[in-house]
Write a protein that binds this ligand. Structure first.
Ligand SMILES: Cc1cc2nc3c(=O)[nH]c(=O)nc-3n(C[C@H](O)[C@H](O)[C@H](O)COP(=O)(O)OP(=O)(O)OC[C@H]3O[C@@H](n4cnc5c(N)ncnc54)[C@H](O)[C@@H]3O)c2cc1C
Length: 392
C-alpha cells in the first residue's frame, strides 16, 4: 500500500461531500437531540437515503452502493464532523454497519434477498444483538439459545445494550445452537420486530451517544423459520469478521468527532480575545491547535489503513481495526478535552459542541469492545498466544 491509497478519488470526494451535507443539515438539531436524548430517527434515515449515504457497502444487486469499508469510514467521519454528534454516525450504522455485514457474509441468499434491498432503501434498519446481561466482554459465553424443532428455530434469552432497540425493525442476533461451551456452538439468526415471542424494551440513559435508541431484547419461545438462520454453529470466527465493521465504525466516528471539536476550537480561538488579542495568538493555544491536528492525523492514518486493508474491501482485520479503535477512542478523547480548554468556561457549557463530542467519544471506549478487551486482541495477534481468560 503506497501513500496514494489515502488520496480520495473523485467518487469518494463526492461521497464525502454528501456525508458532510447530511451532517450539516442535522447540525442545528444536535443540541436538542442531545438534551432530549431523542432523535427523529425515521426522518434522519430517510434523509440519509435521499442524500446518498445509506447502504454504502451493500452490493448494487441488492440496491446498495456496492462500495467498500473505506468509503463507509469516510462517510461516518464526514457526517460526524459536520453534525458534531454521534447521532449522525448512528444513522449510517443502521443501513451499512454490523447488521448488514453479517447478512452479507452469511451466504444465506433467501435472507439477503429479503432484507438487504429493504435496508439499502432505508425501509428497514438493522441492529446487531450480541451482548447479554451476564455476558458483555465474554462474547463466547452467550446464553441465548436457538433450539431446532422440526423446520423451526425456537429462541430464548435476553440481549442488553442493543443499539437501535426498540426503534429498529431488524435484529441480527448471536445465538447458541448447541450445548458445546464457548465459541463452537455460536451462530446467528435474523429476527424482525413484531415477531411473536420477541419483546423489545428501552435501556438506561447514557452520558453520551444521546438520541441513539438502545435497549433490551427478550426472547421467550420466539419461533423462526429455518431460513432466518444466517450462520450455524461453528461460524463464530466468520461472524467476528463482520463484527470488525463495528470497530471500524467507532474509530471513524471518533475521528469525525475529534475533527468537529477541533473545528470549533479553531473558530473560537480566532474570535475570542483576551489581553487585547485573539487567544490563538498565545503560543500555548497556538501549540494546542498543532497538537490536536497531529493527533487527528494519527487517528486518520490508522483508521483508514484498517479500512483499506479490509478483507474483500468489507471486513476489517482484527489486528488493524483493534489498533485503530483503541488509538482513536483514546486520542479523540484527548483532542476533545484540548478543544474544551480552548473554549475556556464555554468548553464546559452544554450546547457548545466540544463537550458533547467529548461525552460521545467516552462512550466509544466501551461500545464495540472495551479498551482492555481490545488490548487482549492486539497482544494475542502480535504474540501468537491467547491468554486464558477463564476462572479455574
Ligand atoms: C453506547 C453503547 C452501544 C452498544 N451497542 C451494542 C450493540 O449494538 N450490540 C451489542 O451486542 N452490544 C452493544 N453494546 C454493549 C457493549 O459491546 C458492551 O457494553 C461491552 O462489550 C462491554 O461489556 P459489559 O458492559 O458487559 O462490561 P464487562 O464485560 O462486564 O466489563 C467490565 C470491565 O471488565 C473488563 N474486562 C472484562 N473482561 C476482561 C478481560 N478478559 N480482560 C481484561 N478486562 C476485562 C472490561 O474491560 C471492563 O473494564 C453497546 C454498549 C454501549 C455502551
Amino acid at each position: 500500500m503506497d501513500a496514494s491509497a489515502f488520496e480520495l478519488s473523485a467518487q469518494q470526494r463526492e461521497l464525502a461531500e454528501r456525508a458532510r451535507a447530511f451532517g450539516q443539515k442535522w447540525a442545528p438539531h444536535a443540541t436538542t437531540i442531545d438534551r432530549d436524548d431523542a432523535a427523529p430517527l425515521g426522518e434522519m434515515v430517510r434523509d440519509s437515503v435521499e442524500m446518498g449515504v445509506a447502504g454504502i457497502t451493500i452490493p448494487t444487486e441488492y440496491g446498495g452502493q456496492g462500495l467498500s469499508a473505506f468509503e463507509f469510514s469516510i462517510a461516518v467521519e464526514e457526517s460526524c464532523r459536520a453534525m458534531k454528534s454521534w447521532m449522525a454516525g448512528d444513522v449510517l450504522f443502521a443501513t451499512t454497519c454490523t447488521g448488514p455485514s453479517v447478512l452479507m457474509i452469511s451466504g444465506n441468499e433467501i435472507a439477503q434477498k429479503q432484507y438487504l434491498p429493504e435496508i439499502a432503501a432505508g425501509r428497514r434498519t438493522a441492529a446487531i444483538a450480541l451482548s447479554e446481561p451476564n455476558h458483555g466482554s465474554a462474547v463466547t459465553d452467550i446464553e441465548t439459545t436457538a433450539r431446532r424443532e422440526g423446520d423451526t428455530l425456537v429462541i430464548n434469552g435476553d440481549k442488553r445494550f442493543i443499539t437501535g432497540c426498540p426503534e429498529y425493525d431488524t435484529y441480527v442476533t448471536f445465538v447458541r445452537l448447541d450445548d458445546r461451551p464457548g465459541a463452537k456452538g455460536i451462530g446467528a439468526v435474523v429476527v424482525e420486530k413484531g415477531t411473536p415471542g420477541l419483546e423489545l424494551g428501552g435501556g438506561p440513559e447514557y452520558m453520551g451517544s444521546r438520541g441513539s435508541p438502545h435497549g433490551e431484547l427478550r426472547f421467550r419461545d420466539c419461533r423462526l423459520p429455518m431460513s432466518n438462520l444466517l450462520m450455524g454453529e461453528g461460524s463464530f470466527p466468520v461472524l467476528m469478521q463482520a463484527f470488525n465493521m463495528e470497530r471500524l465504525y467507532i474509530a471513524s466516528l471518533c475521528l469525525g468527532l475529534a475533527e468537529g471539536a477541533y473545528d470549533e476550537a479553531v473558530a473560537y480561538g480566532s474570535e475570542r480575545h483576551q489581553f487585547g488579542k485573539p487567544i490563538d495568538e498565545f503560543q500555548a493555544v497556538y501549540h494546542l491547535i498543532a497538537e490536536m491536528w497531529t493527533q487527528i492525523e494519527s487517528v486518520r492514518y490508522l483508521t483508514q489503513r484498517a479500512a483499506l486493508t479490509a478483507d474483500q474491501g468489507k471486513f476489517p482485520k482484527a489486528l488493524d481495526v483493534s489498533v485503530a479503535k483503541l488509538h482513536a477512542a483514546d486520542t479523540a478523547r484527548d483532542v476533545c478535552w484540548k478543544a474544551m480548554q480552548v473554549l475556556g468556561g464555554n468548553g464546559l457549557v452544554t450546547g457548545f459542541p466540544p463537550e458533547r463530542c467529548f461525552r460521545d467519544v467516552i462512550v466509544s471506549s466501551i461500545a464495540g469492545g472495551t479498551i482492555q478487551v481490545l488490548k487482549n486482541t492486539i497482544a494475542s495477534q502480535l504474540l501468537g498466544k491467547r491468554l486464558d481468560q477463564r476462572a479455574r
